[in-house]
Design a protein around this ligand. Sequence first.
Ligand code: PLP
Length: 486
Amino acid sequence: MKTLREKEKLIFELSVEGKSGIDIEFPVEKKDFQGEYKRGGKIGLPEVSEVEVVRHFTRLSKMNYGVDDGFYPLGSCTMKHNPKMNEKVASMEGFLHSHPMFSYNLVQGSLKAMKVLQNYLCEITGMDQCTLQPAAGAHGELTGMMMIRKYHEKKGNPRKYVLIPDSAHGTNPATSTFAGYQVIEIKSDETGCVDLNALKEAVNEDVAALMLTNPNTLGVFEKNIKEIADILHEKDALLYMDGANMNALMGVVKPGEMGVDVMHLNLHKTFSTPHGGGGPGSGPVCFKKHLAPFQPVPVVEGDEKDGYTMNWNYPDSIGKVHGFYGNFLVTLKALAYIMAMGGKGLKQTTYDAVLNANYVREKLKDYYNLPFKSETLHEVVFNDKYQEEHGVTTLDIAKRLIDYGIHPPTIYFPLIVHGAIMIEPTESESKEEIDYFIETMKKVAEEAKENPQILKEAPHFTPVRRLDETLAARKPVLKWKGEGND
Ligand SMILES: *Cc1c(COP(=O)(O)O)cnc(C)c1O
């Protein structure tokens, strides 16, 4: 008997010479190409029947794991349910078949949808204006930082430095560097928040901005946010907020009222549009009036009565950051979500997300170490300190969870926590699902004591076991290479 894995290997190479997936004759006229168009060698495609092709791809699709398969508590990523109604709205004919090169009077509905979404996002964030162009959070960061650079340039000096807390997501320093700044790291204090004294020391007229995630990547709300904003603004340095964690604030607190000048949102996190697999995503940037002249063009303007149009006349704009108007269909899904939830629903979402994370924290705090004891909002960061004495690491715990049908949490991030296990259940999980996760985490903690080897060798039941993750990321083999086809 062959194991399933051996069988899978065996049935990857299916090609048999002479087999065909087509068994009807098409009335197509045969053409004999000559010269440079004539193929010299074999076409190099596998020769398989239709049923083999169907089974092959169906089998491959089952090896995947997504948010529609089960619990996916990837901290900082907000892997919430994507309501199927969003997809319906995004595939309505008028949207689906509209073309970005249509004249504006033919796409009034699409322009209105953009304007309405922008207004909602401004309402949620407490900001004045919004651009939908950026295609991801990191792209939104770059857009925002370029606007900040332009703001300072207009005042005569782009400045040199951007301050970033040591708990930040890696995209923050990368973005600042891309925008031409040098990064100065700001230490966190023992509560996991920005150290105000360190901040005061670092801020001067050469500092363009602070990039701050709130709540930060430990899930802790920066309670001194107003004071942080004041310290910056005194030197005309700006406050950029990484809004990836808006699932902890939405409907309850507005960054615009906390002194934030510009921020991005991740529609593919907070606003339930699909996430992962490389996109498409959407990272709108919301900003205060003083940054409006620098926003990407074109800017959708107008109203129902006089009609909507696109304004290209922004001489100080940073230009375009995406083809046409961004990932339009993705933004529609977020619009559908916001309209379906309503203000009350969004607020409840935040409360439920925070409740779920704190439920997990409370139930697991005796089994996994909490490196920071501060109160947390929508996610909780443990580490492997209790398991270390049995030779078990965070990676082993993560791999073992896969055996129980659970996608591992985010691990080894934030970097300021050794062996971090960052859990974000989101609001869309049922109590039953979260209880299963909690019981599994407890069981894994037991196994770490009783039988560490079973964790070391996990996962046991997946099509592939432990991968060389560096090689898999750096040199992925993403396509089939047949004979005469590379
Ligand atoms: C996800 C995330 C980002 C980057 O967003 P992408 O959409 O993946 O580019 C930035 N900062 C934080 C805190 C995040 O969680």
